[in-house]
Design a protein around this ligand. Structure first.
Ligand code: 6R9
Length: 652
């Protein structure tokens, strides 16, 4: 995988520029306005959505460590579900809001109109209310990628309950931690989740999780496959029966702009995942605006983001952004390679998709299968292509551009994070020339700065690199970590005072365009999924045979990064293939299949400083097979452990 920067530049076509919401001059003018007078700019943008009570205040932000507080539109009131549904009913009630494409291509797709969406969401809101859910309560959503997942999100928003989605690939233990961490009242799940022809037993996972939760947590079960599940009377509620009997109207609850909309757990460099909190008004304004402008979405287009609602991309760019804009958004239950490697392209052809948004890892996997899978499909409807989740290598970018986009479609390489709510840097289709692998330019209102990692001083000028921080707030920014505002400040505002610290490294090239160079902390990015090495380590050391573990990322052709684990066993444990397999299964059970170790190396000792700190830099180099540049090992307590690790490095 090449990572060097290509100097090739792809300007947008005249047709793209003519159609685009924003052209080059428009970008310059709007960007300048957004920075010079954020109150005026965002005050105007706030009108994209409907307010029950208009705001008189726009931005009210303090980035000073110790007193960080972020508020937008804070005296306004609104309801997100009303914005995503009700306000479209008069003009587009019969337009498709959600296209559902099931895992099995032989199962019919569904087109759900805005009117139908309204009915289903109201019924779900009534069901949740009858289970005791009210404004401010937390609801966990642990679901397949089916329309009911979107109904659940919007029903919570309608009631004013705070949802927290747990990706269906997470284990019962991870689910229990999130139910308990958010003190949730209800878990919404389904019997099974079909994916790639296989089925994940969601309900039985939820049963296992709920054994470790408070007894009064209730479970609402959606029928997806009709497969066998156990049923606990009094705790389990049958969604299909209850919603059929429920009223199809439910008045949206008035929410303050700063009331939480959702919590989403994400990995950090230390400790267990943290509950990122997004609020109601600013988040929706930002999700709606970025969805329209980044993808150059126009009325009547069909838009498809292949993410899962379990990740932030699914929140902002499958559900909230598109629906706030009255779009037709496609929800896909399956995987790119089932039943075969042409599935994505068949779905594009079948539903005449105009904007397509996916992750580099999927592109790399599909690219390796050959072009014949693409060439048999008609992709002429495609207009904008997007990527997200990790840096895209030039080979994958070129393949996306030429083979998928036929050289006609701008590629928006959107850099952002769970914490940012929406895109912070991306080329805009009609405004910027593209460079393969570059996130190019900041979105409106975003002031990226490159800091010297040691001194924290801003590095001015071009052709520079350092750590990426953001100078000021934007409406979609996270507001706090659920239940731990101090951790919020320490994670994002302590290392570089007065800035939001992204955790990413970045280069500003000679033209002033931005390139994300990857995480500078102990977070790794596996197939576009964020993982804290600390989480995998703590799963490993929870096993009786493991004394100590250190986990690092290493370059992986398809996944971007793979998980490399150094494991020191207890004195009475013997290394064996069986134990290796057991540990792999153990981590999958503790966290979920996405955390499955790619490599486990037995390490009789780990390289440590005299004060006992593990030298991860060295472990990273060994995992990368880069023994020539181990750097200074003289500060190690026992330098000979390094020789042993090199001599026994696993074959991968
Ligand atoms: C939206 C999302 C965030 C981290 C982020 C960065 C990496 C995301 C990227 C990218 C290079 C891009 N990342 N988009 N790196 N180019 N276009 O992915 O959120 O799961 O929180 O991950 O992903 O390292 O800091 P999240």
């Amino acid at each position: 995988m090449t990572t060097q920067h290509e100097s090739v530049v792809y300007p947008p076509s005249a047709e793209t520029v003519a159609r685009a919401h924003v052209d080059a001059a428009g970008y310059e003018q709007m960007y300048a306005a957004s920075i010079t007078d954020p109150d005026a700019f965002w005050g105007e943008q706030g009108k994209r959505i409907d307010w029950i009570k208009p705001y008189s205040q726009v931005k009210d932000v303090n980035y000073n460590f110790g007193e960080v507080s972020i508020n937008w539109y804070s005296d306004g009131a609104l309801n997100v579900s009303a914005n995503c549904i009700d306000r479209h009913l008069a003009t587009r009630g019969d337009q498709t809001a959600i296209i559902f494409e099931p895992d099995n291509p032989d199962e019919p797709a569904q087109n759900i109109t805005y009117k139908q969406l309204h009915g289903s969401v109201c019924r779900m809101a009534n069901v949740l209310t009858s289970m005791g859910v009210t404004k401010g309560d937390r609801v966990i959503i642990y679901m397949p990628m089916i329309p009911e997942a979107a109904y659940a999100m919007l029903a919570c928003a309608r009631i004013g309950a705070i949802h927290s989605i747990v990706f269906a690939g997470f284990s019962p233990d991870a689910l229990a931690a999130r139910v308990n961490g958010s003190d949730a009242k209800v878990v919404i799940t389904a019997d099974h989740a079909p994916r790639g022809g296989r089925q994940t037993p969601l309900k039985s996972n939820a049963d296992a999780a709920l054994l470790h939760c408070k007894e009064d947590v209730k479970c609402l079960v959606v029928k997806r496959t009709g497969g066998q599940t156990t049923w606990i009377e009094g705790r389990d509620y049958n969604y299909n029966a209850l919603s059929a009997a429920a009223d199809d109207s439910f008045a949206p609850v008035e929410m303050n702009a700063e009331d939480p909309l959702f919590i989403l757990y994400t990995s950090g460099s230390t400790g267990q995942p943290k509950g990122v909190v997004h609020t109601t008004g600013g988040y929706l304004v930002y999700a709606a605006m970025t969805h329209e402008i980044t993808f150059d979405y126009h009325d009547g287009d069909v838009y498809w983001c292949t993410a899962d609602v379990g990740w932030v991309t699914g929140h902002s760019y499958i559900v909230y952004g598109p629906l706030a804009n009255g779009a037709t958004t496609l929800m896909f239950e399956g995987v790119p390679t089932y039943p075969d490697a042409s599935r994505f392209w068949q779905v594009c052809e079948k539903h005449k998709v105009n904007q397509f948004y996916t992750a580099p890892t999927a592109l790399r996997a599909l690219m390796g299968q050959g072009n014949e899978w693409v060439e048999k499909c008609d992709l002429s409807s495609l207009r904008t292509l997007g990527t997200v989740g990790e840096p895209i290598n030039p080979e994958a970018w070129n393949w996306y551009n030429e083979v998928i986009g036929g050289g006609r479609c701008p590629i928006v390489d959107t850099w952002w994070q769970t914490e940012t709510g929406g895109h912070l840097m991306t080329p805009l289709p009609g405004a910027h020339a593209m460079k393969p692998g570059s996130a190019m330019k900041p979105f409106f209102g975003i002031v990226p700065v490159v800091l010297d990692p040691q001194s924290g001083v801003e590095i001015e000028g071009n052709d520079v690199d350092g750590v990426l921080c953001i100078k000021d707030s934007w409406p979609g920014q996270m507001r706090t970590i659920w239940g731990d505002h101090e951790r919020f400040q320490k994670t994002y505002f302590a290392d570089y005072k007065g800035y939001y610290f992204t955790g990413d490294g970045c280069k500003r090239d000679a033209d002033g365009d931005y390139w994300i160079t990857g995480r500078v902390d102990d977070v790794i990015n596996v197939s576009g999924h964020r993982m804290g090495t600390a989480e995998v380590e703590s799963a490993l050391v929870a096993h009786v045979a493991v004394a100590e573990a250190a986990v690092v990322g290493y370059p992986h052709d398809i996944k971007g990064q793979g998980i490399y684990c150094y494991v020191t066993l207890m004195n009475d444990a013997e290394p064996s293939d069986a134990l290796l397999k057991e540990l792999r299964t153990w981590v999958r059970t503790e966290i979920g299949p996405i955390a499955s170790p790619d490599v486990i190396q037995w390490a009789p000792g780990l390289p440590k400083t005299r004060s006992g700190k593990i030298m991860r830099r060295i472990l990273r180099k060994i995992a990368e097979n880069d023994f020539g540049s181990l750097g200074d090992t003289s500060t190690l307590a026992d330098p000979s452990v390094v020789d042993d690790l090199i001599a026994n490095r696993s074959g991968k």
